[in-house]
Design a protein around this ligand. Structure first.
Ligand SMILES: Nc1ncnc2c1ncn2[C@@H]1O[C@H](COP(=O)(O)OP(=O)(O)O)[C@@H](O)[C@H]1O
Ligand SMILES: [Mg+2]
Length: 132
């Protein structure tokens, strides 16, 4: 059984709600506390990027299974400019906007599966998984 919730990502306060809902889902999946913190941190970094660089979009939170284990799956998508050079953007410390440049690379390390689909001129979709 899969349970899905779609949340808007239009303003700063939406990130607070996304964090709360991801925490709720992580608890429901019965992730350990460390894993909960990891998926919440990854979600907020990716959501903030989607808002700041992507001009907003949405976040889908799914409670599902992966090879018989309970899992949380997040899809964070925007309709912004896309990421011009993905290898560069994934490099620790690289930022186009005066950030720390650790959001994408850090989020990737915090989750069990990370996938990114970015199309110049049409947007970016990032999938994050954490399972038990
Ligand atoms: N959703 C996005 N749309 C367009 N560009 C993005 C997006 N997410 C990240 N980027 C680009 O990748 C760079 C690295 O992102 P990140 O690692 O989170 O570092 P930071 O947010 O500190 O700049 C950003 O500076 C930006 O240029
Ligand atoms: Mg960032």
């Amino acid at each position: 059984m899969t349970k899905t919730e779609t949340l808007p990502l239009r303003r700063e306060t939406d990130i607070v709600v996304i964090r709360q809902r991801v925490r709720k889902a992580a608890e429901e999946v019965r992730l350990g506390l460390v894993s909960q913190t990891k998926i919440i941190t990854a979600a907020s970094e990716i959501a903030r990027n989607g808002l700041i660089y992507g001009g907003g979009g949405e976040c889908v939170i799914e409670i599902t299974q992966r090879e018989g284990r309970s899992a949380i799956r997040l899809i964070i998508a925007d309709q912004g400019p896309g990421i011009e050079n993905l290898d560069r953007a994934m490099t620790d410390g690289w930022t186009s906007g005066g950030g720390l440049g650790l959001g994408l690379s850090g989020a990737k390390r915090l989750v069990d599966h990370f996938a990114i689909d970015t199309v110049p001129g049409s947007g970016t979709t990032i999938e994050l998984w954490k399972w038990r």
